[in-house]
Design a protein around this ligand. Structure first.
Ligand code: CMP
Length: 152
């Protein structure tokens, strides 16, 4: 099923100059970039994005971290994008994430874990709408559809 998902390459990824490396993995897998922004998140946007975690003990530190420096925010599209990207991202805690996953290869931390990926179709829709207007998302581009869709 064709899906879109929201990804955030977090301030630690930017600071460690891993943006290109991570984008390469996403593109090489076959995902199409349909939205991309370099931004320093405001506290208000960060709180909106992480609203499901409000009240948890780590919420304040999470907001401080995600607003501490530039992020690259992406919407990517492809077959089963939500599940496939979550697999590529790996477990939340870098020290538990499998080698070969983005967190498994680049993080040892629970908080500074490089990348966020939407965890469900409902989250993806909610999160994409926080960061992108309809006009900012590419519709049909020249990327070969059958390649992305895994078809003939
Ligand atoms: P993310 O996938 O963006 O979703 C919520 C984020 O909160 C998570 O990645 C981590 O960066 C952070 N996080 C989750 N659990 C903890 C925790 N126990 N302590 C600190 N940060 C956490």
């Amino acid at each position: 099923m064709m899906e879109r998902t929201l990804l955030i390459l977090k301030p630690d990824a930017y600071q460690r100059q891993l943006i290109g490396t991570i984008l390469t993995r996403i593109e090489h897998k076959g995902f199409k970039l349909v939205g991309m922004k370099l931004m320093k998140m405001t506290e208000s946007i960060a709180k909106q994005h992480y609203a499901p975690h409000e009240g948890k003990h780590f919420f304040g530190d999470l907001i401080s971290y995600i607003t501490s420096g530039p992020c690259v925010v992406l919407t990517v599209e492809g077959t089963n994008a939500i599940t496939v990207m979550r697999k590529m991202v790996g477990a939340t805690r870098g020290f538990e994430a499998e080698p070969g996953t983005i967190r498994g290869d680049f993080s040892l931390s629970m908080r500074y874990n490089i990348i966020h990926a939407s965890d469900s179709p409902e989250s993806a829709e909610r999160e994409i709408n926080i960061f992108f207007s309809k006009e900012e998302l590419m519709e049909d581009s020249i990327v070969i559809r059958s390649w992305i869709e895994g078809g003939e």
